[in-house]
Design a protein around this ligand. Structure first.
Ligand SMILES: N=CN[C@@H](CCC(=O)O)C(=O)O
Ligand SMILES: [Zn+2]
Length: 411
């Protein structure tokens, strides 16, 4: 089955060669073709070019995209969309003066979500999560990473990962699973964090690896959660079982977690709201993708990741939502792209590169997703009529998407 999209006002993020990420100055460049066509065969991009080259081309379905833009779907490389219930009461508590830390210290936060999740059946958890996934697909997300981490027991973590597996089987978009093995110290281990890290290393990681329920291993490396030694131990144990590190780090404090991640060949380091000059130097020594989560900064009123500094140091940058019930109850990549432009001073070109090809890199899938390239998956967004691609982040909060195509099919 072939689909031909014609008269595209501008085809965005066209990459002739199959590059895996863009860094530094190159992020300012967003290759496009004006007045273009795009040809899809089944689930694959097979052709594109100027309309002048589209004469007499035939297809089973023809979509006229006159006045509209076509771009690759968003690649959201950091989410926690499998969760139970919500935490709007904590939101109100923060409005009334409590901090995220105060709420965590009194047993709320991640521990609150873990309690809810442990009491929720696997089927109910699946239904709640599937609804969120449907919603983000409509918002243009065509590839997504989903973490565990609200289980905090071996059984509840496995339940989360089995739900992610079902989502992967039942939805057309690309799903990559991460074992967020150490997200918070469970109440039962309050005075025995070592014991919990031992459980993660000796039981949880081997079980998850044996059942092939995750590809990546994550730790919340942060004061009051897991320190450098815990992080190192867990990443090493994960690697021994074939899991690739991809960690939460530098959200509230910068104390060397990035170095641990880079030394363990992490695929990405995520958050980085706090960043030292040394962190930037360390990042320059490896292939780890820095990932910014601007919706989290927005929601918690914490600093934005200094994306400009990273890009000006020649580094790449990816953008993701962090969709979760505590710090970012939103999976809207369009808002993320706008907020990166408005608050982090990324140009529209940089933000779109960060949310497509670099997001795909942060999931290890940029060979097949994240750009308009022959042979890549036909995952695309067709916008409503808009004047230019800069209009997308500019007119923030509006829905500019008309059609989302995933694996060659309209969703
Ligand atoms: N920071 C750690 N984990 C999540 C938030 C978890 C929560 O508050 O439920 C995050 O990435 O922001
Ligand atoms: Zn997160």
């Amino acid at each position: 089955m072939t689909t031909l999209i014609t008269n595209i006002q501008e085809l965005i993020q066209v990459r002739e060669s199959n590059i895996l990420k863009v860094s530094g100055q190159d992020m300012k460049r967003l290759p496009t073709i004006k007045n273009a066509y795009l040809l899809i065969d089944d689930d694959t991009i097979v052709g594109y070019g100027p309309m002048d080259d589209c004469n007499n081309m035939e297809a089973d379905t023809v979509i006229n995209a006159s006045g509209k833009l076509v771009l690759p779907t968003w690649c959201d490389s950091h989410t926690h969309i499998v969760y139970a219930g919500n935490r709007e009461q904590e939101f109100v508590d923060r409005i009334n003066g409590l901090s995220y830390e105060d709420i965590a210290n009194r047993g709320g936060g991640i521990l609150n979500s873990a309690e809810k999740l442990q009491l929720t059946s696997e089927d109910d958890l699946y239904i709640q999560s599937a609804n969120r996934l449907k919603q983000v697909m409509k918002l243009g997300t065509g590839a997504i990473e989903i973490k565990s981490g609200y289980g905090l027991t071996v059984e509840a973590e496995l339940k989360m990962l089995r739900v992610i597996k079902r989502l992967k089987q039942n939805f057309p978009l690309k799903v990559k699973a991460t074992l967020l093995a150490a997200h918070a110290v469970p109440k039962e281990y309050k005075d025995n964090k070592e014991g919990f890290v031992d459980l993660v290393i000796n039981e949880l990681i081997p079980k998850v690896a044996k059942e092939q329920l995750a590809k990546y291993i994550d730790v919340f490396c942060e004061k009051g959660y897991f320190d450098l030694n815990d992080t190192e131990r867990i990443l090493k144990a994960g690697k021994l079982h074939g899991l690739v590190p991809k960690i939460h780090v530098n959200q509230f404090n910068a104390f060397g977690g990035i170095e641990v991640a880079v030394n363990n060949q992490a695929l990405s380091v995520d958050h980085l709201e706090e960043l030292t000059l040394n962190d930037i130097e360390v990042l320059k020594t490896g292939e780890t993708m820095p990932v910014a989560l601007p919706s989290c900064s927005y929601f918690l009123s914490i600093p934005y990741t200094p994306g400009r500094k990273l890009i000006e140091a020649g580094l790449p940058l990816a953008l993701a939502t962090d969709y979760n019930p505590g710090s970012t109850p939103s999976g809207n990549m369009n808002f993320v792209v706008s907020t990166a432009c408005i608050k982090m001073k990324l140009t529209p070109e940089e933000a779109i590169n960060a949310a497509t090809i670099n997001g795909a890199y942060a999931m290890g899938i940029s060979n097949m997703y994240g750009s308009i390239t022959r042979g890549k998956k036909a995952n695309i967004i067709i916008t409503k009529p808009v004047p230019s691609y800069a209009y997308l982040p500019y007119a923030f909060g509006n829905n500019h998407i008309e059609t989302v195509i995933i694996n060659g099919q309209i969703v």
